[in-house]
Design a protein around this ligand. Structure first.
Ligand code: SAM
Ligand code: SF4
Length: 327
């Protein structure tokens, strides 16, 4: 089998598929005014289109799928999307990134359909702070959903928290308390500059380096990277069941660990979260006969993937906000 690889020796077994652009939250760094639909834009990929897309990617080495958005759980047919992926045995990990709004109600259904990894965004453990950042006073419910997933032995549970100067940078003691007995990984993500958050970025961007220095001073140590690990740097501590991951897209070697491609909810391939390159695939998803052409297109596009993003130079590419492409 020919697998997706680029001219820098990187392989791409991991697809992040946005299944919907809409979201019900108003995270201040992402959609501060809520999701504003643009009339006349194409609808999200249908289930049959998603099935053909996944078949195409499996043929060139897909092993891990992440469903994201917007808020992917707003899609009523999410269990069917998960089940479709679960019928393809080559896809070993089926992950979901969610704000957790219906985690309590639907997690068991997703799990039965074949979901085996969950990332829930929790930007603060303090009720008021959480509500101020996301626009929704839902922290209690979301944390209860996470604890229920752990109690049900959900295979992999991770939390995502964006580091925000002045908004959640005093939460570390609460996080350490949280991680003492819970076997979860919290990923602290450096705020990324996008097309629509320039001023916000200037005010709230916080480098993860100081946090990493503090962790090391408190006995946390960097864990060895697995062979298929992405760009997160992961720390562990003998007194804590949980782990801490750092995602620092502005660090020098971030792009060297890139192992993922993205497809937007309308079926556009994106070679990089912050690139200008990417092409529509939707016309290749209308019938099974286009499968070979889809795979040839994917292999050909990879030749165009660049070594790194242009975030350091303030180039944010085609991404107005992460909800538009799937974070
Ligand atoms: N709505 C879902 C959620 O919030 O988990 C999935 C989509 S969201 C775009 C995916 C992840 O991207 C979330 O963890 C979110 O916190 C993160 N994110 C969004 N905008 C970001 C930014 N400008 N910088 C860093 N992370 C961002
Ligand atoms: Fe919605 Fe996720 Fe963006 Fe928050 S980060 S506004 S939950 S898409």
């Amino acid at each position: 089998m020919t697998v997706l690889a680029d001219r820098y020796g990187r392989r791409f077994p991991y697809l992040r598929l946005s299944v919907i652009q809409a979201c019900n939250f108003r995270c201040s760094y992402c959609l501060p005014n809520g999701y504003q639909g643009v009339p006349g834009t194409a609808p999200s990929l249908r289930l049959d289109e998603i099935e053909r897309l996944l078949h195409g990617f499996v043929g060139v080495g897909l092993r891990k799928l992440r469903l994201t958005g917007g808020e992917p759980t707003l899609r009523r047919d999410l269990p069917d999307i998960i089940a479709t992926a679960a019928r393809m045995p080559d896809i070993r990990t089926i992950a979901l990134t969610t704000n957790g709004c219906i985690l309590r109600k639907r997690r068991a259904t997703w799990q039965q359909a074949g979901l085996n990894a969950l990332n829930v965004s929790v930007d603060a453990l303090d009720r008021q702070r959480f509500a101020a950042i996301t626009g929704h006073d839902r922290l209690h419910d979301i944390l209860a959903g996470i604890d229920e997933a752990l109690a049900a032995d959900f295979p992999v549970v991770k939390l995502n928290a964006v580091l925000l100067r002045g908004l959640n940078d005093e939460q570390m003691p609460a996080w350490l308390e949280y991680l003492r007995e819970r076997p979860v990984a919290v990923r602290f993500i450096e705020l990324m500059r996008t097309g629509t958050n320039k001023d916000y970025f200037e005010r709230h961007h916080l480098r993860a380096q100081a946090l990493e220095d503090d962790l090391q001073a408190q006995g946390w140590s960097l864990l060895p990277r697995g062979p298929t690990a992405g760009p997160a740097r992961e720390y562990g501590h003998p007194d804590y069941r949980g782990r801490i991951g750092i995602i620092a897209p502005y660090s020098r070697d971030f792009c060297a660990g890139c192992n993922r491609l993205r497809v937007t909810s309308r079926g556009d391939l994106r070679l990089c979260l912050f690139g200008n390159l990417g092409i529509p695939l939707r016309h290749l998803l209308q019938d099974d006969a286009s499968g070979d052409l889809l795979q040839a297109t994917l292999l050909g596009q990879l030749g165009l993937k660049e070594a790194g993003h242009g975030l350091h130079e303030g180039r944010t590419g085609l991404t107005p906000h992460l909800a538009s492409i799937g974070g």
